[in-house]
Design a protein around this ligand. Structure first.
Ligand code: ATP
Length: 458
């Protein structure tokens, strides 16, 4: 095997943006019209990878457990929901305007913002800066419902999926016949009119969340809070995120939301520094109590055996699909020099990788190889997302698969024509082995099922 020279930690956000663009994972949205700040469209590989992130979450949260059920609630809810939840009154960030450069900044993050003047400084640091007093800016995006503009009513695009879960508490309790501890899990789009979106997929105005509300007897809340912090941390490491880049940061008392008695963030060391990947909050009885008061529906649990009744407390792990995908891409990104040639690799976990295997005829003009490779591809694609490629030199085709993170490549060559064996190339180690073409399907299924750890060192 060729000498390899790892060049880990060459990752920057620019390189991720450029690879995502070049290989069709993520494009700037409405680009032919000049784009729309911090809005992105997912291309083919982006969709496949993002769906894998969601599928792994649903497996862990719903499929592999008896105590959590799924939900898909509406994006536009009765506006009374947002009154009750406190979002109309309090879901806001402090905003300041600069009268000179006309830009807007988050008052609590001026040290991370750039003033519009050159040489660029933080807002408030040049003599020309003329900042207004901070005022609260509500982050909910509103819309009008109804055919007639003037008489339509104002509604909101949900800023989180959680409230759709709380308002369905009674339905699930009765119809899914659950008793605490039990959970309701939901994946879906949320919308926030962020003052300072940016850093690629990290902060956008439209994004997807994966949230689960876990309803527990009040006395058990603290134990379940710890349990969910550990579970969620383990989920990220299971799918390859290096532990050296992951940490749990408990919130300080003054950081806690009004409803929370404890919150811990799982943070990832993004190229922009340690930042929240997912938050786990102990929300107590706040949400069910608020919705009981505002709707009149009694959201409580009554034990039919003992007659005991109580309002369950809620533990909420709330993560972002796009932010998780960004962390998987950043963590997987690698560059190395192999036999004097540079290659860029996404060392993605096989279960996150958009394409599981490539099938390649060594010589694209060889009808025998093309036929055998085509038949293998048709067989594999019925079970997995696989790709067939016969365009260009084999080295270029391998590099293309490395860049989209395809863990395995099966190559049909001269020897295949003689003995029906193929080579399988491992993306990370570049090791090659031969196996009978008839065994490839089983080999791939086993390989995708094996526990996997990133080959990247700390
Ligand atoms: P932040 O402090 O980064 O604004 P938050 O604490 O407001 O996040 P939560 O309300 O806890 O975020 O939302 C849960 C998760 O949803 C976050 O951990 C993140 O993964 C994701 N998320 C929240 N806002 C955005 C956004 N604007 N763009 C992308 N993902 C987001």
């Amino acid at each position: 095997m060729a000498e390899t020279e790892p060049r880990s930690d060459a990752v920057t956000m620019d390189k991720i943006v450029s690879l995502a663009r070049r290989r069709g994972f993520v494009f700037p949205s409405s680009e032919i019209y000049g784009g729309l700040g911090s809005a992105y469209d997912y291309g083919h590989y982006g969709v496949l990878a993002k769906n894998n992130v969601k599928a792994r979450w649903l497996e862990a949260m719903v499929q592999e457990r008896d105590d959590i059920v799924a939900l898909d609630s509406a994006i536009i809810l009765n506006p009374a929901v947002w009154e009750a939840s406190g979002h109309v009154a309090g879901f806001s960030d402090p905003l300041v305007d600069c009268r000179t450069c006309k830009l807007r900044f988050r008052a609590d993050a001026l040290d991370q913002a750039q003033c519009g003047r050159k040489p660029s400084k933080h807002p408030g640091e040049t003599p020309d800066c003329d900042l207004t007093e901070p005022r609260q800016f509500n982050l909910m995006l509103s819309t009008r419902l109804g055919a007639v503009e003037e008489t339509g009513s104002t509604a909101y695009l949900r800023p989180e999926t959680a409230q759709g879960i709380f308002v369905n508490f009674k339905n699930v309790l009765q119809l899914a016949r659950r008793k605490p501890p039990f959970g309701i899990a939901q994946i879906g789009k949320s919308f926030r009119n962020e003052i300072t979106p940016g850093n690629f997929l990290f902060r956008t105005r439209e994004f997807e969340q994966m949230e689960m509300e876990y309803f527990v007897p009040p006395a058990e809340a603290e134990r379940w809070f710890q349990y969910w912090v550990n579970e969620r941390y383990d989920w990220y490491t299971k799918y390859g995120i290096r532990e050296s880049r992951l940490r749990v940061r408990p919130h300080e008392q003054d950081e806690l939301s009004h409803y929370s008695s404890a919150t811990s963030d799982i943070e990832y060391l993004f190229p922009i520094g340690w930042s929240e990947l997912e938050g786990i909050a102990n929300r107590g009885a706040f949400d069910l109590t608020q919705h009981t008061e505002h709707s009149g529906a009694k959201l409580e649990f009554v034990d039919s055996a003992t007659g005991e009744r109580y309002v369950p407390h809620v533990i909420e792990p709330a993560g972002g699909v796009d932010r998780a995908l960004l962390a998987f891409l950043v963590d997987a990104y690698d560059e190395e020099v192999v036999a004097d040639r540079e290659r860029t690799i996404l060392r993605l976990h096989p279960k996150i990788a958009p394409v599981k295997a490539a099938v390649l005829p060594l010589i694209a003009k060889d009808a025998g190889m093309v036929e055998k490779a085509g038949a293998l591809y048709e067989d594999l694609r019925r079970r997995h997302v696989v790709e067939y490629d016969d365009s260009g030199a084999i080295g270029r085709r391998y590099r293309r698969q490395d860049e989209i993170g395809t863990p395995y490549a099966f190559t049909v060559d001269e020897q295949t024509l003689a003995d029906d064996s193929v080579t399988v190339r491992d993306r990370d180690s570049l090791a090659q082995e031969r196996l009978p073409i008839g065994r490839v399907r089983e080999w791939l299924a086993d390989a995708l099922d094996r526990p996997w750890a990133t080959p990247k060192l700390a």
